[in-house]
Structures are given as C-alpha cells and as structure tokens.
Design a protein around this ligand. Structure first.
Ligand code: IPE
Ligand code: IPE
Ligand code: MG
Length: 272
C-alpha cells in the first residue's frame, strides 16, 4: 500500500495545518511504555498489550512518514528489559520477529530506511539476521529513517564509544586533544541520526529509562498519559502541535531567540 496516495483527506488537513504552523521536528523519539498496564487493566496477559502496541507502531510509523518526519526512533526493548520474566522476553522476541517479517515489504515500498541501535549481539540469531537484511534492503531509501532501539541502553552506547575512542588513541589514529563533543558523537551508534527534537513517553511516566542520554541534551520532552496500545496518529499530532508551541532556547534568552528569528525573515515580509 502506498501511504502517500492512500492518505485519508481529514488526516491530510491536520497534517497540512501542522506543517504550516512551524518547522516540524526532524527527529521524534518515542519511549513506548504502558503495554503491560493496559493489558492488566483489561485482565489480559501482558503480551496482549505488546501485541496491540504493534498496531500503534504501525499507525505512528505511517503517520510520521506521511507528514514528512525524517527520523523516528522507537524504544522497543531496553538492555534492562532482559531482566523480565523469561516468558515475557520470549513473547516479545516472537512479536518482534513477526513484525519484521510482516512489515518489511510495506516499509521498503514506502521508502523507509531501517536502522537499529543497541546491543544487537544479545538478540536471537534469527532477529539479528532479519535486522541485517532489513537494513541492507532499505539502505538506499530516502524517506523516513526508522530506528529500532533493541537491547538498547544509553549508558551502554556511551561506554562502547569510550572503548572505541580509546582503541583509536592507542593506535595513534587520534590524540586525546582531538576528542570533542562532535567526535564523541560520531562514535555513538546514533551517529547517522540528527539529535532528537522531540521525545514522547507514553503512560505518564516521567523518566528517560536509559534512552538517548547523550543525544537528549536539548531535546523537548512530551509525556502522554495514554498507554502505548492506545496511542495513535491523533496523539502524535497532539504531541507535534504541543512541540510547535514551544520556544527552544538552547541556553539563550527569549529576546535573543526573537532577534535571531526576525533576522531570518526577509525584510519585505517584516511587518512595520
Ligand atoms: C513497554 O511497556 C514495552 C516494553 C518495555 C517492552 P511495558 O511492558 O513496560 O508496560 P508497563 O510499563 O509494565 O505497563
Ligand atoms: C522503557 O520502559 C523501555 C521501553 C519502553 C522499551 P520500561 O517499562 O522498561 O521502563 P521503567 O522500568 O519503567 O523505567
Ligand atoms: Mg514500562
């Protein structure tokens, strides 16, 4: 199915309104939380929550691609999540395998580039292979970059970067003085992405849970009270709308930001 031509007219209107309101976030990252609680409240097994959560993934990926978001990063499984009961971990791995197999063709046809971050060597071999194949197949796609954070931990990625940098120093490829924030970022697995502009966490929890620790230095945070299985495109639009109403100051004052904005607007468009 072609997502651009099959877009529903009401959706198109909302998307156009958002686009005309300001510069959309280039990179949206989501902590998809609350699957278990959603299921428990309905007296269902936690895995039922993860299953319905995949419907939310489908809808949010499609809407993000249609509206023109460049990067979408989904926290699907943390390094700490391995500590959950084995039955839940196995169920999640099966769902992930199923998602990758079922969705890859549609993602490919819709110009999505697939990427992943995290300690992938800890994942089952079948999933590692599916991810490698998906990345290879979609590597030249130019639409949405969909990054799956799997077996991911922000601290783990930072420590890994330190190890790689140390090796390069030892080999004489770089010297300690060369280590800048920019160089450090280039050793992180997220180096092909831009920094997140907007981080959404569902289920009302207000913490990062080891997600994109370095990258979120200046990212905007939006908390939705909905559980992830109930979070759909309209909730994504609400989050983007909320983001568009904010002022990102990056340490400067509001007055400085206003001056910068008025300097970008051509004089002919300026109101007297
Ligand atoms: C998020 O939902 C999915 C994963 C962490 C894999 P949870 O499974 O954390 O659901 P809650 O937070 O227990 O409700
Ligand atoms: C964070 O959710 C990880 C994912 C959404 C994959 P958790 O449910 O694992 O986080 P905590 O334990 O509540 O912080
Ligand atoms: Mg949780």
């Amino acid at each position: 199915m072609n997502w651009q031509t099959s877009i529903n007219p009401e959706d198109k209107i909302v998307q156009e309104q958002l686009k005309s309101k300001g510069k959309l976030p280039r990179h949206i990252a989501i902590i998809m939380d609350g699957n278990g609680r959603w299921a428990s409240e309905k007296n269902l097994n936690r895995l039922e929550g993860h299953k319905v959560g995949i419907e939310s993934v489908r809808d949010v990926v499609k809407a993000s691609s249609q509206i023109g978001i460049e990067y979408l990063t989904l926290y699907a499984f943390s390094l700490e999540n391995w500590k959950r009961p084995i039955s839940e971990v196995n169920g999640l791995m099966q769902l992930l395998e199923h998602y990758l197999k079922a969705e890859i063709d549609e993602l490919y046809t819709n110009n999505v580039r697939i990427y992943s971050i995290g300690k992938l060597s800890a994942l089952p071999k079948t999933i590692q292979k599916l991810l490698i194949d998906a990345k290879n197949l979609t590597k030249d796609n130019t639409g949405l970059t969909l990054t799956l954070a799997l077996s991911y931990s922000g601290r783990w990625d930072i420590v890994r970067a330190v190890q790689l940098i140390t090796l390069d120093v030892r080999r004489g490829k770089i010297s300690p003085e060369d280590i800048t924030e920019e160089l450090f970022s280039s050793y992180l697995q997220t180096n092909i992405l831009v920094e997140p502009d907007l981080l959404i966490r569902t289920s009302g929890e207000m913490r990062l849970s080891n997600f994109l620790l370095w990258e979120m230095a200046y990212g905007e945070i939006y908390i939705s009270n909905k559980y992830w299985p109930e979070f759909r495109r309209d909730d994504l639009y609400d989050a983007i709308n909320n983001y568009l109403n904010r002022e990102r100051r990056f340490g400067k004052t509001s007055a400085q930001i206003h001056t910068e904005i008025s300097n970008i607007i051509p004089t002919s468009n300026k109101k007297n």
